[in-house]
Design a protein. Structure first.
Length: 168
């Protein structure tokens, strides 16, 4: 039986760019967090919006789950990628009670470990497909696109929070 392949796989140059972005993401997150004064870290820009602290802890939860997702896609014959409600996690796990420095360290460690794995993969490992419970067909390049920019998006969110806190 042939493994299902992603119909819109990245070319090698695009994949390399996303792998670089993926590897550089933790440094962006750490820099954005370091710019936020202690008194602004748990401030929320609006009802229902996350504080910088919550963003950082979300990144740690997301990172640990993303590491499992890519391994499922690479190793299992018919991987099922289960979605989750990130807002429910933030509330249920009381993100403000979590240590944000520990969360950033976790992001850095998991990213470094997964980056090393991804850099060792042969070309034929890419393009594998699974199914995501919320979005349907989901492959290795979908994963890389999403997580290659995930920490960039959240570093920018922290920067927007800081700007809003300063302008309040």
């Amino acid at each position: 039986m042939l493994e299902p392949r992603c119909p819109m796989s990245f070319d090698a140059a695009t994949r390399k760019t996303f792998l670089r972005r993926y590897a550089e993401g933790p440094a962006l997150l750490r820099r954005a967090w370091a710019e936020v004064p202690a008194e602004a870290r748990t401030w929320r820009p609006a009802a229902g919006k996350w504080s910088a602290h919550e963003v950082v802890v979300h990144c740690a939860d997301s990172e640990t789950y993303s590491a499992i997702r890519i391994r499922l896609l690479l190793a299992e014959p018919e991987p099922l990628i289960v979605g989750y409600d990130e807002n429910a996690w933030a509330q249920r796990f009381d993100y403000h009670a979590s240590d944000p420095e520990l969360a950033i360290h976790l992001v850095e460690t998991v990213r470094a470990h997964t980056s090393a794995l991804l850099e060792r993969l042969p070309e034929e490992a890419w393009g594998r497909m699974g199914r995501h419970t919320q979005s349907g067909a989901y492959g290795t390049d979908d994963w890389l696109r999403s997580y290659g920019e995930h920490l960039e998006i959240h570093a920018a969110q922290i920067q927007r929070n800081l700007a809003a806190w300063r302008n309040r």
